[in-house]
Design a protein around this ligand. Structure first.
Ligand code: BEZ
Ligand code: FE
Length: 297
């Protein structure tokens, strides 16, 4: 009997028998990953003791999740998001040296090819909502400015929709832009206060959230991807700490260090300087990039 033929299947030895059957796998990583998954899956089934009907419901849930996927919709990523797995994978892959800004989920609404704009540009093309000036600096972990960093930003509008969700309603590339930090590491642009929004919840993942007594909302945020030569690329958000969903983000993306203050400004001189025609919100947030290849400390 080979190792792969290591005995007949019983309830007690189920995981070991299946793992042994994969002994001949050439890809060592695949073999390891499958062994862990099989061990944990069998342990879960033994703990849950599903009826045949319950197991069939689970299979149909995954089937429906697959059917919901198309070129624009990835229901399995949403499932991973609401189970906290996306944030866990993000955490494992983005252990930062001390002082570097923390990462969070990318989400499905990033679009390649957003226009590269001069600092100070207004990315809110339809001028709807409460105007906002966003500014800060891109720094290294020694507090030195990083000039020429590429800052890709995108955000939902004042009703909680991204441009790609409202084609024909919002202008293309509304509330998106790519900026470069100046010689002092500074960046600034104008936008509009974002609103909280539900993750796409008209599919099986939305139904699951409902059945679990959970809401589908993400607190208001701005997305960033920040890259610079010699530094790790940072994918992150900043959040409005006063948002009603700040403590219950449907995808667990909130981190304490990513809170930004949205400060009202009504001084006429500051309004004129910022290029607005009335009161606005000022949001200041610096980002610290980790050196390329740096390990957590
Ligand atoms: C987002 O912030 O764009 C997002 C993240 C995860 C799931 C859905 C949306
Ligand atoms: Fe988002």
């Amino acid at each position: 009997m080979t190792t792969q033929e290591s005995g007949y299947f019983t309830e007690e030895n189920s995981a070991e028998v299946v793992i042994a059957r994969n002994e001949g796998a050439e890809d060592a990583r695949l073999k390891e990953v499958m062994a862990v998954l099989i061990r944990h899956l069998h342990a879960a089934v033994k703990e849950i003791e599903p009826t045949q009907e319950e197991w069939f419901r689970a299979i149909m849930f995954l089937t429906d999740t697959g059917h919901m996927c198309n070129e624009w919709r990835q229901e399995f990523i949403l499932l991973s998001d609401v189970l906290g797995v996306s944030m866990l994978v993000d955490a494992i892959n983005n252990r930062k040296p001390s002082g570097a800004s923390e990462s969070t989920v990318l989400g499905p609404f990033h679009v390649d090819g957003a226009p590269e704009l001069p600092l100070g540009s207004n990315i809110c093309l339809d001028r709807k909502g409460e105007p906002m000036l966003v500014r800060g600096r891109i720094l290294d972990t020694g507090g030195r400015p990083i000039a020429g960093a590429r800052i890709d930003v995108w955000q939902a509008n004042d009703e909680g929709f991204y441009d790609v969700q409202q084609k024909g309603i919002q202008p293309d590339f509304n509330l998106r832009g790519v900026f470069r930090s100046d010689a002092s590491g500074a960046y600034w642009f104008r936008g509009v206060k974002p609103k909280f929004y539900p993750i796409p919840d008209d599919g099986p993942v939305g139904k699951l959230l409902g059945a679990l007594g959970r809401h589908p909302y993400r607190p208001a945020h701005l997305h960033y991807i920040i890259g610079a030569e010699g530094f790790e690329t940072l994918t992150t958000h900043i959040f409005d700490p006063d948002d009603p969903y700040i403590a219950s983000d449907a995808v667990f993306g909130v981190k304490r260090s990513l809170m930004a203050e949205f400060v009202p400004v009504d001084d006429p001189a500051r309004i004129a300087e910022a290029g607005f025609d009335g009161p606005f919100l000022e949001v200041e947030h610096d980002f610290v990039l980790a050196p390329a290849g740096a390990k957590a400390s």
